[in-house]
Design a protein around this ligand. Structure first.
Ligand SMILES: [Zn+2]
Length: 169
């Protein structure tokens, strides 16, 4: 399967490298939203952030944090957007997980703002219950019991996103 991002890793497509270790690579985005727009991705072909091992996620974000700092200090950025588009509905264009670090200046014409919605209190309470992230110990305790709902839900989201990406042209 051809993947533009994997071609950056193999060197088939030349890139301007910013950081590299055994697990991840950071390069200048060849089609940037702004001057200095960097992308950070796992070297392995992994489609979704959901599937990226936790230690690799950590490395990606540490490098994103460093790049954001460097963009402030060295490239005159007044701000940065650190972004992930997960799934085609969110604007994911490549079937390879990545983090974007986009330098910003006031009046640069980019717009990542959204209209703020008013959600009724009972709906907010419901979604809060659904979205609660289990604490580390709770997760371990839950692993001792036979798993029923949670893993299915997780797999469902992953499958949905993967299937949506497979339908991409
Ligand atoms: Zn890939």
């Amino acid at each position: 399967m051809s993947c533009e991002i994997c071609d950056y890793v193999s060197g088939k497509t030349g890139t301007k490298k910013l950081y590299e270790d055994s697990e991840i690579l950071a390069v200048l985005n060849p089609r940037p939203a702004a001057f200095g727009h960097a992308i950070i991705f796992p070297k392995k072909h992994i489609t979704l952030l959901l599937q990226v091992p936790e230690d690799v996620v950590k490395r990606m974000f540490v490098v994103a944090q460093q790049l954001a700092g460097i963009l402030f200090d060295a490239a005159g950025a007044e701000g940065t957007n650190v972004m992930i588009s997960e799934g085609p509905a969110a604007g994911q264009r490549h079937a390879h997980a990545m983090v974007h670090v986009i330098p910003r200046k006031s009046g640069d014409g980019l717009n990542f703002e959204w209209p703020q919605k008013q959600i009724p209190e009972d709906s907010m309470a419901k979604i809060q219950e659904l979205l609660k992230v289990p604490a580390e110990q709770k997760k371990e305790a839950a692993a001792e019991k036979p798993k029923e709902e949670e893993p299915k839900k997780e797999a469902g989201v992953k499958d949905y996103l993967l299937n949506a990406l497979k339908r991409m042209p």
